[in-house]
Design a binder for this molecule. Structure first.
Ligand SMILES: Cc1ncc(COP(=O)(O)O)c(C=O)c1O
Length: 447
């Protein structure tokens, strides 16, 4: 068979990518020998960096026993131990664990568990999941209805169930034209208005990323935001589901981002840092009141083949132990503060940086054509991709997206592995500085 002109393989687009040869720590090398500093942990997943010896040993130990056992036929020690460890390190009320293989699966499982709970409870009218715009909760058809990022949604609108949305607390471009603190957090109170509009008896949950990820560019809500959200959810018997797929496992300077505000989610979705790039792994955690009712009413009607397999759980257990032993949560907070200060210094020099956002090692730069008016670049400029390409030239990997519903605006996530050292933070900043210099010249002379 003849290969197509661009080969057999396809993903999202036709972009030709460097071919990975090997990776170690926070560095990667392609087959041509070029070195890259991973400034975004892949897709904010490789929290432990690459080539971790303890993970390698855990894989070897488990490989001597078995890679796989099917969850309806056997339980495994690693699955039991990881569940116990997750419960130990989580908020006290989150005491039940259900394994999945990735972030979209986690969020699918979260909304299905929530729905089944209300169904079993005799509140079957509760079927709406209010989420935020913009947001990203995954690419499968169920959670795509909660995701608000137009290019990903548009082709599938007729076959997804679109759920109601409220604006994300995107203060840099407030949907209401307000500013803090006089805004009174109108974006949080919008949840109450939408619950009332839809009828509280129809609303199952509010779903949000505690700190925004790729769709918003490390959007940190105002301090009071989740207190208001929690209060509204409680008032209307609506569950709070937090998507910690990107923020979990130390990324934001706490083990879980909900700890920043003491917010009590009913269900939490986890993935990415859980397997840290060494295995496709995820989970949901929930209150036992929820799982008890569902299990006592015929069982949770959901599951995937690879869920809770021994190898995945052995890796997840070791990853969590490494985070604890090497104090990577504390390091995320410390290195995050250093990196953020460095990014703010770069913002003082490079006119295209409109805002530096984020917490811990989940940081982002929003790019603008005009800092005074916050005017974004024309969409066709693709400033986020242009800067990413310039960074790649410098041997730095960063993660580009658009903050205005995926249609306009430009941001890049800067989220290196949590093992990054102070010297490596400086090196990241130097490479980014050079990339920004070239991107600024190209963007401001061509527009
Ligand atoms: C917040 C959030 N939720 C869900 C997902 C989906 O995860 P996955 O790509 O593993 O399906 C992602 C992925 O980027 C994410 O950032």
């Amino acid at each position: 068979m003849q290969p197509a002109s661009d080969g057999y393989l396809f993903y999202q687009n036709r972009k030709t990518l460097p071919i990975i040869d090997r990776a170690e720590g926070i560095y990667m090398w392609d087959t041509k020998g070029k070195q890259y500093l991973d400034g975004c942990s892949g897709a904010v997943v490789a929290n432990l960096g690459y080539g971790n010896k303890r993970i390698e040993q855990a894989i070897n130990r488990q490989a001597q026993k078995t890679f796989f056992a099917y969850r309806t036929q056997f339980e495994s020690e690693p699955a039991l131990q990881l569940a116990a460890k997750l419960v130990e390190v989580s908020a006290p009320h989150l005491n039940k664990v259900f394994y999945v293989s990735g972030g979209s699966e986690a969020m699918e499982a979260a909304i299905k568990l929530c729905r089944q709970y209300f169904y079993a409870k005799g509140e079957g009218s509760r079927h709406l999941f209010i989420s935020r715009t913009p947001s990203y909760h995954g690419s499968t058809l169920g959670v795509l209805g909660l995701t608000a990022y137009s290019p990903l949604e548009n082709p599938f609108r007729p076959i997804t169930k679109a759920h109601p949305k409220i604006p994300a607390p995107y203060c840099y471009r407030c949907r209401y034209g307000l500013s803090r603190p006089s805004c009174g957090l109108a974006c949080a109170w919008e949840l109450e208005r939408v619950i009332q509009e839809q009828g509280p008896e129809n609303v199952a949950a509010f779903v949000a990323e505690p700190i925004g990820g790729a769709s918003t560019g490390a959007l940190v809500p105002p301090e009071e935001y989740f207190g208001i959200i929690q209060q509204i959810c409680k008032k209307y018997g609506v569950m709070l589901i937090l998507d910690e797929v990107m923020t979990g496992f130390g990324r934001t300077g706490k083990l879980f981002a909900y700890e920043h505000w003491g917010v009590e989610a009913d269900i939490v979705g986890l993935s990415k840092g859980m397997g840290a790039g060494y295995y496709p792994l995820g989970a949901i955690m929930a209150r036992h009141e929820i799982t008890d009712l569902v299990l006592d009413s015929g069982g949770f009607q959901h599951g995937h083949t690879y869920a809770g397999n021994p190898m995945g759980c052995a890796i997840g257990l070791e990853a969590l132990q490494i985070i604890e032993d090497e104090q990577l949560v504390e390091r995320s907070a410390q290195m995050g503060a250093k990196l953020k200060a460095g990014l703010e210094r770069l913002a003082a020099v490079h006119a295209i940086i409109g805002e530096v956002r984020g917490r811990g090692l989940l940081l982002a730069l929003e790019l603008v054509q005009d800092r005074e008016t916050r005017r974004p670049f024309p969409p066709a400029t693709e400033a986020h991709n242009l800067l990413t390409d310039e960074a790649s030239e410098e041997g730095l990997v960063i993660y580009p997206r658009r903050p205005i519903n995926g249609l306009r605006g430009d941001h890049v996530l800067i989220a290196p592995p949590l093992i990054i050292t102070a010297e490596e933070v400086d090196e990241l900043l130097q490479r980014l500085d050079r990339a920004l210099g070239r991107a600024t010249r190209r963007l401001l002379t061509s527009n």
